[in-house]
Write a protein that binds this ligand. Structure first.
Ligand SMILES: Cc1ncc(C[n+]2csc(CCOP(=O)(O)OP(=O)(O)O)c2C)c(N)n1
Ligand SMILES: [Mg+2]
Length: 617
């Protein structure tokens, strides 16, 4: 057996750069590299070992420096999501704070089932210089380091304490990152002495390896159950989740829905599966959904949920889909999801199983009356859309009106990016998505601070598209440093910052639970909130981006057109109304105190009990 002598870090990078993927629709001859490279912030835990290996590999495995480890991981996650989980990035940090800074992002990737390879440096495996800088020192267990925080938020975790462990661990890491069922973050904690240690690795390890995603077909017995159910269905509805996009099934779903006349509602992760103009599209579903989709969901007799985790926002905390006489089918590659809500499971890949279903359904279609009804509800919702997003120059604009202005000035190919605050709800209801890839909202973890870094990752994945990040003042303050990275890397993004002076959505939630406004909007905070007048546009300019503040929606539209033409990242700030929001009357289970000195809380609790009664158990 021929061998090659490399440090463990060199071996890792050489191996990663030889991993390719054959995409479904791509000609056999054109596999693409799985890794677009690494985001890295160096410290003593990775600068010498991994740093040297990355330096050598720049041609095939480029390294990008960011400003915050959480931010760079957000960018890597957004990159993977934009690539339907087929392509991804590695993130490496030093030990200690650099590593733990990435843990929140690992949790985000875990919740969203998105692949990212975390390689935090770790304390010395030989323990000779212990305790080293940034070592946490567990008194009773010397095998514990800060990196153990990654364990509950990694789909695969290993600590490389011998160079030869990589021979086994790297293939498992890649398998996990590409596994449709178990997809999520992989952490390979890498002690700094091991990174630098040399070993005679077998040469075969570094041969080009082309991977494919396994498209699991459904078992006949599950398929037949669902086929019989669908053929009897009078009012069927499809709920499309992120899994539809990851499986590359969106075009197939568009044809399937049209052929069989089934309306399609979308979750946050699934939004954009169908362009909003598709005859079967009825918009977002659930707490943040459109009235059309929610009415259809409550009246449907058969609901086929495809590629969705059915989290509480989708199901209105398990009150939307649990009505009597309603049958719920869960088409999902993961059995874990397929059996949720006591659903009828249909386990398999969305694309593969939709093909099987349509082949057997033949010319069957749902009753025209139901299809026309769905279309009528959608048209009604479009009228509401027009009203809510119309131009307003008279008073402080609402989030919906800002989104209307952004949409009017954007192109069909643009991507809108968001994550937390009041905006995801408004976007899910009101953004007219133009198809797969046009809507990028991280709402599995709803992590404040994802937006700008996420926008950078989306841009790196889709350089031909304009990326428009919409972000609240709160989220911007939590993390904005990757705006500078976007300037440095010449990855232009457009940021629209909606300044409503505080945590608007939580303030509304607080009052919705009978509580007093407290500690959310700046005006209700301790200290001297009036003294805090943040010049967001100036702040963006200080980081090298363009920045301007606009007075109203008209000015926002002209500024957006300017920003789209500009060569570098631009932030546009606009003041907005913190109280105005689009209420669709749905319920979200947020626990309300059973006893309180406030009458309004007691009243809210009584109402809460009524709503809880609608939950199945
Ligand atoms: C990291 C993180 N911390 C806290 C929260 C809880 N949270 C959700 S939205 C929000 C306020 C967001 O404020 P802003 O970005 O200004 O948006 P707005 O609510 O004003 O629309 C908070 C505190 C969160 N989602 N993520
Ligand atoms: Mg705000």
């Amino acid at each position: 057996m021929t061998t090659i002598r490399l440090t463990a870090a060199q071996a890792m990078i050489r191996y990663l750069s030889q991993q390719y993927i054959q995409l479904d629709e791509q000609p056999e001859s054109q596999p693409v590299p799985i890794f677009a490279g690494a985001f890295a912030i160096f410290g003593h835990g990775n600068v010498a070992g991994l740093g040297e290996a990355l330096y050598q590999a720049q041609e095939t495995f480029p390294t990008y420096r960011a400003h915050n480890e959480q931010g760079m991981a957000h960018a890597a996650i957004a990159y993977a999501k934009s690539n339907q989980r087929n392509r991804m990035m590695m993130c490496t940090s030093s030990i200690g704070p650099g590593a733990t800074n990435m843990v929140t992002a690992a949790a985000l990737a875990h919740a969203n089932r998105l692949p990212v390879l975390f390689v935090p440096g770790d304390t010395f495996a030989n323990r000779k210089p212990d305790p080293v800088l940034q070592q946490i020192e567990d008194f009773s267990d010397p095998t514990i380091s800060a990196n153990d925080c990654f364990k509950p938020v990694s789909r695969y975790f290993d600590r490389i304490t011998r160079p030869e462990q990589l021979i086994h661990s790297l293939p498992v890491a890649i398998k996990t990152l590409l596994d449709s069922v178990n997809c999520g973050p992989v952490t390979l904690a890498f002690p700094q002495d091991i990174q630098a240690e040399a070993f005679d690795y077998p040469s075969y390890m570094f041969e080009k390896h082309v991977h494919r995603i396994r498209r699991v077909r459904a078992e006949d017995y599950e398929l037949n159950t669902v086929l019989n159910l669908l053929k009897e269905a009078v009012n069927p509805l499809i709920i499309a989740g992120g899994g539809v996009l990851y499986s590359g099934a969106a075009p197939l779903l568009a044809d399937f829905a049209l052929k069989h006349k089934i309306p399609v509602a979308e979750t946050q992760a699934g939004k954009g599966c169908l362009p909003w103009t598709h005859p079967c599209a009825v918009g977002g579903i659930g707490v943040t959904g459109s009235e059309a989709a929610n009415v259809l969901a409550s009246e449907a007799d058969v609901v086929v949920a495809i590629g969705t985790r059915l989290q509480d926002f989708t199901t209105e905390s398990r009150t939307l889909l649990e009505k009597p006489n309603k049958q719920l089918v869960q088409l999902n590659v993961a059995e874990f999801d397929a059996i949720k809500h006591s659903a009828i499971p249909l386990v398999g890949d969305a694309k593969a199983v939709l093909k099987q279903l349509t082949a057997s359904l033949g010319n069957w279609a749902a009753p025209q009356k139901w299809f026309d009804y769905a279309h009528h509800l959608d048209q009604k919702w479009q009228v509401t859309y027009n009203k809510l997003t119309a131009m307003n120059t008279a008073s402080l604009p609402s989030d919906a009106q800002v989104l209307g202005a952004v949409k009017r000035t954007s192109d069909k190919s643009d991507v809108v990016v968001c994550a937390a605050g009041g905006l995801p709800g408004e976007l899910h209801k009101l953004w007219r998505a133009e198809g797969p890839g046009s809507y990028h909202v991280e709402y599995g973890f709803s992590c404040m601070g994802y937006e700008i870094a996420g926008g950078l990752g989306v841009k790196m994945a889709s350089p031909e598209r304009d990326v428009i990040v919409v972000v609240g003042d709160g989220s911007y303050m939590m993390m904005n440093s990757e705006l500078a990275t976007s300037v440095m890397l010449n990855q232009k993004i457009v940021v629209v910052l909606l300044d409503n002076r505080g945590f608007g959505c939580i303030n509304r939630l607080q009052q919705g639970t009978g509580n007093a406004p407290f500690n959310n909007l700046l005006e209700n905070c301790a200290g001297e909130p009036e003294a805090m007048q943040i010049d967001f546009a100036g702040h963006a300019r200080a980081m090298g981006a363009n920045g301007e503040k606009v007075a109203d929606l008209e000015a926002l539209e002209t500024a957006l057109l300017r920003a789209k033409k500009a060569s570098k990242s631009t932030l546009i700030c606009i003041d907005t109304d913190p109280h105005e929001t689009t209420d669709n009357g749905s319920w979200w289970d947020v626990a309300i105190p059973q006893v309180s000195e406030r009458d309004t809380v007691n009243l809210a609790h009584a109402e809460y009990i009524d709503n809880q009664a609608k939950q199945p158990y």
